[in-house]
Design a binder for this molecule. Structure first.
Ligand SMILES: NC(=O)C1=CN([C@@H]2O[C@H](COP(=O)(O)OP(=O)(O)OC[C@H]3O[C@@H](n4cnc5c(N)ncnc54)[C@H](OP(=O)(O)O)[C@@H]3O)[C@@H](O)[C@H]2O)C=CC1
Ligand SMILES: O=C(O)CCC(=O)C(=O)O
Ligand SMILES: [Mg+2]
Length: 744
């Protein structure tokens, strides 16, 4: 490979972006000495929004489209990208970002919710590019390998996190539909040859609407289509609202309105409409003219009515309060501020929200700030049933024990926008009753679904090469770890039935002698994995894209307390490496705490692990001995970091993210000082290690003593870099020590 060794470190949002102000200078100091270049690219939500409007921004305001550049890079063998979590924006978050940027002097147009002309439609389309999960599917040009390294598992055993106790008579449960959902309606086919498809709605009145045409498909590609009945979803939700009220459990809804940016906000909106039905119907005209959008949550009602005369506002608010008396209690996101589960579609995101409920004894927070049994509404059956299996297991056997439990790592199919990931431009809400028909180039019908106005219809594509790569990765992980590998595939689901055939075929390409590889329906795979995990045994989950997402929060949160401690690698299909930092998100609650009391509880272990893997990859692909040396030393430092328990505390005044970075620097420098492979590096880092060690107390004091006050960094989505850097680097002693190495 001819190009210079280079790591791209991504600048993102919220807590990981704040942490980067402190960690990146440390990384720079260490990599500079090794001749390893670390460059940054800004893929934050704000930067992605700005990148859409080069034509209206001034020269100083214009930003490059770094995401598009990295998307191209990910397809090349020299790619080495460290990807931190970013906001997958819901509608309200996107609007808040636009508002903040406007207030900072960027002349951006408002978000046109309902475009009235071509100009507004084009503005909306540009903004929608930055909406939802707009980053990960672009960069994930490979399948996913997420696991807890041994050192992390040992750490969890030595310093177990708190797990809430379970009672056998817990009333918590998962509620899902039994008909009319995606699961029940899925149809699937494998394309025999490459070509194009057309999606059309043949309306009952005889007119046809082309929803999409010229949709390219490859030979061997698995395609599927399914629909969600709006009518059945509504009646299901109504029955669950009544049931929650009768049985005295909290009503809560768990969707992925961020990643599934087209289908799930519509489902979220339907639940909001049913829950608040009387009020929304009573004030329908006023709310419509005020611009209220149920898909944005009931929080949007409160923002929308601000424009109304105060007596009208009070009448609506009063009716909402009165309605709550007749409804079941709702799970709260923040009981102090009255923020419920239906406030904003991005507050409760299923991958993190269900594990948190399971970790907290199967309970969620009520309006009195107490934990209470809950009904977790997960409408579609494709993946809902696995959570009920965990709940039943906990009711029967009690909470999991982090000091003894085994592990469930994951090998996930996601490359080239596999499965639901690539469905957004093929998801439609039906304007009228009719039949959605998908036809191929010869006019043959591939799929046909009868639909009603309001239904959601969506199509997914899964290319063959990623499936082959996924099977290979599963076999490799099974061989390397010695653990059984279970493919979580449901023969009763049309898409999974196709995958089962492919998995069976492609497994024959590999030497699987002596390996325990099985294909099980998700509920059965969950039961086997749980039985084994309680015995301290590990089981690899080999799953499609959505279960990858769900399981890589679920198991780490139970095993390690957080999915932030995961090693999360994406071996890119063209030979490069994408190193994700843990499996969690950008932790908005951490930012709240930081702004209020200057304490950042964000754990950067995911970044440390990703950096070690990235340096190792760089060392081996470019034959760069110093990168390999840095990787090895960082690996040792990570072990030492865990062993000494220098993870950030949750409490103000104690070691936080910044302090944890100091210890990482100290241990990394000590590991480099202890090696004898490279004398120059040894001398340089021995000096740093000595300085850091000698000033340990002073540095920790400088980092901790600033805490307890609020901080203003002049922006949430695009804060002032200077102020954020000052806030995140308050120790002059540490900064001076790092400058000493950076200068050599
Ligand atoms: N890879 C990506 O780009 C991903 C992005 N996201 C995005 O992240 C945002 C937030 O999503 P959300 O569902 O709240 O999930 P998060 O994983 O961001 O947060 C949920 C909770 O997990 C804990 N947590 C997560 N990361 C860390 C960490 N590094 N250190 C310590 N604790 C951590 C925190 O618990 P506690 O509050 O108890 O400290 C946090 O409140 C959304 O915008 C979502 O779209 C989500 C997942 C992946
Ligand atoms: O892309 C997203 O919106 C979230 C991704 C995610 O949660 C994951 O990959 O675990
Ligand atoms: Mg996830």
């Amino acid at each position: 490979m001819s190009k210079t060794p280079k790591i791209i470190y991504t600048l993102t949002d919220e807590a990981p972006a704040l942490a980067t102000y402190s960690l990146l200078p440390i990384i720079d100091a260490f990599t500079d000495s090794a001749g390893v270049e670390v460059e940054t690219r800004d893929i934050s939500l704000a930067a992605r929004v700005l990148a859409q409007f080069p034509d209206i921004l001034s020269d100083e305001q214009r930003v490059s489209d770094d995401l598009a550049e990295l998307g191209q890079l990910a397809k090349t063998p020299e790619a080495n990208i460290i990807k931190l979590p970013n906001i997958s924006a819901s509608g309200p978050q996107l609007k808040a970002t636009i508002k903040e940027l406007q207030s900072q002097g960027y002349p951006l147009p408002d978000y046109p919710e309902e475009p009235k002309n071509d100009e507004e439609a084009s503005v909306k389309a540009r903004y929608d590019k930055a909406k939802g999960s707009a980053v990960n599917p672009v960069l994930r040009e490979g399948n996913s390998d997420r696991r807890a390294p041994k050192s992390v598992k040992n750490y969890a055993r030595k310093y177990p996190h708190r797990m809430g106790e379970w009672s056998a008579d817990s009333k918590s449960h998962v509620a899902h539909m039994s008909e009319g959902d995606f699961y029940g309606s899925e149809q699937s086919a494998v394309m025999e040859k490459a070509g194009t498809l057309k999606i059309e709605l043949q309306q009952k009145d005889g007119t046809n609407v082309v929803l999409k045409e010229g949709l390219a498909v490859q030979a061997g590609e698995v395609i599927d289509a399914a629909s969600m009945s709006s009518r059945r979803l509504r009646s299901f939700i109504d029955s669950q609202i009544s049931d929650a009220k009768e049985s005295g459990v909290l009503f809560s809804l768990h969707l992925k309105a961020t990643m599934m940016k087209v289908s799930d906000p519509i489902m979220f909106g339907i639940v909001v409409e049913e829950f608040y039905k009387e009020v929304l119907e009573k004030h329908a005209d006023v709310l419509k003219s005020a611009g209220f959008n149920p898909n944005s949550g009931i929080g949007d009602l409160y923002s929308a009515i601000e424009k109304l005369p105060s007596d009208q506002q009070e009448a609506i608010k009063g009716d909402v309060e009165a309605l709550y008396q007749t409804r079941p209690a709702m799970a709260m996101v923040n009981s102090h501020k009255g923020i419920t589960n239906l406030h904003v579609p991005s507050d409760v995101i299923i991958d993190a929200s269900m594990p948190a409920m399971i970790r907290d004894s199967g309970k969620m927070w009520n309006a009195n700030d107490e934990l209470q049994d809950a009904k977790a509404v997960i409408p579609d059956r494709c993946y809902a049933t696995i959570y009920q299996a965990v709940i039943e297991d906990c009711k029967q056997h009690g909470a999991f024990d982090p000091t003894t439990m085994g592990s469930v790592p994951n090998v996930g199919l996601m490359a080239q926008k596999a499965e639901e990931y690539g469905s957004h431009d093929k998801t439609f809400q039906m304007p009228a009753d009719g039949t959605v028909v998908v036809t191929d180039d010869s006019g043959q019908t591939v799929f046909s679904h009868t639909v009603e106005a309001g239904d959601i219809w969506r199509m997914c594509q899964t290319k063959d090469a990623p499936i082959q790569d996924w099977v290979k990765l599963a076999v490799t992980r099974a061989r390397d770890s010695g653990a059984p590998a279970l493919f979580w595939l449901d023969a009763n689901r049309a898409h999974d039935a196709q995958l089962i055939k492919k998995v069976e075929t492609y497994l024959k390409d590999h030497d699987t002698a002596g390996l325990d590889i099985r294909i099980l329906a998700p509920v059965d795979a969950m039961k086997v994995s749980l039985e084994r995990i309680r015995k301290g045994e590990d089981t690899i989950s080999v799953t499609g894209n959505v279960l990858r997402d769900y399981l890589t929060d679920l198991f780490p949160i139970m095993e390690l307390g957080t999915s932030a401690k995961m090693l999360s690698i994406v071996p890119l299909m063209n030979g490069g490496g994408l190193f994700e930092t843990g499996a969690g998100g950008s932790a908005p609650k951490h930012v709240q705490q930081f702004l209020e009391e200057n304490h950042l509880r964000w754990d950067s272990l995911g970044e440390f692990l990703a950096l070690a893997a990235s340096l190792e990859h760089l060392g081996s692909t470019f034959g760069n001995a110093r990168a390999t040396l840095l990787a090895k030393a960082l690996d040792e430092a990570n072990g030492q970091f865990l062993d000494s328990n220098k993870s950030p505390s949750r409490k103000v005044g104690e070691l936080d993210n910044r302090g944890s970075h100091f210890y990482l620097a100290l241990y990394w420098a000590e590991a480099l000082a202890a090696q004898d492979q490279d004398a120059e590096m040894k001398t340089l880092f021995a000096r740093l290690a000595e300085t850091l060690k000698a000033n340990e107390a002073a540095i920790v004091d400088e980092l901790n003593s600033v805490q307890g006050q609020s901080v203003d960094i002049q922006g949430y989505f695009r804060p002032s870099g200077e102020l954020a850097s000052q806030a995140m680097r308050p120790s002059k002693t540490l900064n001076d020590a790092l400058a000493m190495v950076a200068k050599g």
